[in-house]
Design a protein around this ligand. Structure first.
Ligand SMILES: Nc1ncnc2c1ncn2[C@@H]1O[C@H](COP(=O)(O)OP(=O)(O)OP(=O)(O)O)[C@@H](O)[C@H]1O
Length: 477
């Protein structure tokens, strides 16, 4: 199969042709949209003084848009967190310098002051904008490492994202060099994990923070091995994904309403995409997923797609897609790239066909001459292989072939290129796939998202462009 595809590599004229259907990429300055329920006054945030054009949208809600405050941009994360996050964490060399968390990103600057007041929040900001650190800093401001109880829970949709969040949480919460200060323990309660070991751990000395997938968490709650009585903050990351997932939505609702009460905890939802967010905020209050004064913090509301991403497309036939991809890899020479492939249909599985991911990996292994390591990540792999792939990926220099399992939340800052070998199903999926690149908040570097489409799929891509307000250039060859 692969050898047949070795034939000829098309050569590209990489002169982009701007799509006639769309305006050029928006180069709008950063805009903030702060939407909050039950109150019509501006948020008590560092940017209050700059919020203008307050406009009542409904009788209970208000939405504002303003230019970014300039006088607050020199604020450091330390300034914002002082008095809330323990000093030893703010002092940590690793946090402030080595890792480069010195200045807050937009969502951190806008959300942290509100989060520190104890209000429930919906963090709605672009991919790669630093939502994880935002909610982890809140968690660290609330937990008491001396207490032996679960005080914060972060719910994530996939094991991979859970491993990543756990790693950042452990790094931030580690024991201080000052022997007096106890570090916080962080447990990863993820699908496919060693639940028996976790049960003993939970009984012996409950960790302060639990990062969990919904199924594993509910299992522990139903068996009364884990209790949420002492939980001060409950975070649901990629909240829209969880609520729209047929398998996970029920358990998430139960978690929010039956296993614990919104009155007794601070609730934080995070995502780069919250479709119909006004309905969602309404549902949050009605269904008691959050308290009634929940705040929707919407950063970059008019540019959901990060501006550092350039979007391109190549029209090609299904049969020469592999060759086109190879040519693109040679011409673009990515530093690290993710190639997204559609999931195999049940019909194709039943017919005994190889999945597209396997075919593509075989093809690349026999044709690609570059230096990047070719890796695979997909649902059907066992958890150990998935973990091994992720570990290798994190060392950089990879060409990762993946299904949408890698599309949500995974943070691989070295990724310079995304290839949609198959178009995603929805604009939201496009947003999250594209957002796996361009994940260095203060970098000017442009990253590239290239779509390999058939001529019939052009209108689907145009729909995504309209919905997400970006424009795609055609590559001719
Ligand atoms: N204040 C900061 N300064 C520098 N880098 C930061 C800062 N905050 C976060 N980062 C880095 O930005 C990258 C993206 O952060 P994060 O994974 O939290 O994004 P996100 O908003 O959750 O994205 P997604 O919606 O795709 O999940 C990470 O590599 C993180 O280390």
């Amino acid at each position: 199969m692969a050898s047949q595809q070795l034939l000829s590599v098309p050569s590209f004229s990489l002169l982009p042709k701007v799509s006639p259907f769309h305006p050029p990429l928006l180069s709008t300055p950063r805009k903030l949209s702060l939407f909050h329920s039950t109150t019509c006054s501006p948020l008590q945030s560092s940017s209050n003084s700059r919020i203008t054009n307050l406009q009542a949208v409904t009788n209970t809600c208000s939405e504002t848009e303003s230019n970014a405050p300039t006088e607050t941009t020199a604020l450091t994360l330390r300034n914002i967190c002082q008095g809330f996050v323990p000093e030893h964490i703010l002092h940590r060399q690793a946090l402030m310098e080595e890792i480069g968390f010195v200045f807050p990103t937009d969502i951190q600057r806008e959300a942290l002051p509100t989060l520190f007041t104890g209000r429930d929040c919906i963090l709605h900001a672009q991919t790669g904008s630093g939502k994880t650190l935002t909610y982890l800093l809140l968690i660290l401001s609330l937990i008491n490492p001396q207490r032996s109880s679960v005080q914060a829970v972060v719910v994530v949709p996939t094991r991979e994202l859970g491993m990543q969040v756990t790693k950042v949480a452990r790094m931030l919460a580690a024991k201080s060099t000052d022997a007096e200060v106890k570090g916080c323990t962080v447990m990863a309660l993820l699908d496919g994990g060693m639940l028996r070991r976790h049960k003993s751990w939970l009984k012996a000395e409950p960790p302060a923070i639990v990062v969990a997938t919904v199924a594993s968490l509910c299992h522990m709650l139903e068996k009364h091995i884990l209790r949420l009585d002492s939980v001060k903050v409950l975070v649901v990351d990629e909240v829209d994904f969880l609520f729209y997932s047929s398998k996970q939505a029920g358990p998430v609702r139960k978690l929010l309403t039956s296993f614990s009460s919104c009155d007794k905890r601070q609730t934080v939802f995070a995502s780069a995409s919250i479709p119909q967010h006004k309905h969602f905020v309404h549902d949050c209050m009605q269904q008691k997923w959050t308290k009634r004064d929940v705040v929707h913090i919407h950063v970059s509301a008019i540019t959901p797609m990060p501006l550092c991403l350039l979007h391109k497309f190549v029209v090609c036939g299904k049969k020469n897609k592999h060759q086109v991809l190879l040519a693109l890899l040679e011409s673009d020479a990515p530093e690290s790239a993710i190639i997204f492939v559609g999931e195999q249909s049940e019909k194709s599985k039943k017919a005994g066909n190889d999945p597209s991911t396997t075919l593509l990996i075989e093809f690349l292994k026999t044709t690609y001459n570059g230096s990047l390591e070719i890796l695979l990540l997909e649902e059907d792999m066992n958890f150990n292989s998935r973990a091994a792939s992720l570990t290798e990926i994190r060392q950089g220099g990879f060409l990762l072939v993946s299904t949408d399992i890698a599309a949500r939340g995974i943070d691989l800052p070295e990724t310079t290129h995304i290839f949609n070998f198959d178009l995603p199903q929805t604009a939201t999926d496009y947003l999250h796939r594209a957002g796996r690149a361009g994940r260095k908040p203060f970098s000017d570097r442009k990253c590239i998202v290239t779509n390999l489409i058939t001529s019939e799929e052009r209108f689907v891509l145009q729909r995504f462009e309209n919905e997400l307000m970006f424009s795609c250039e055609e590559l001719m060859f």
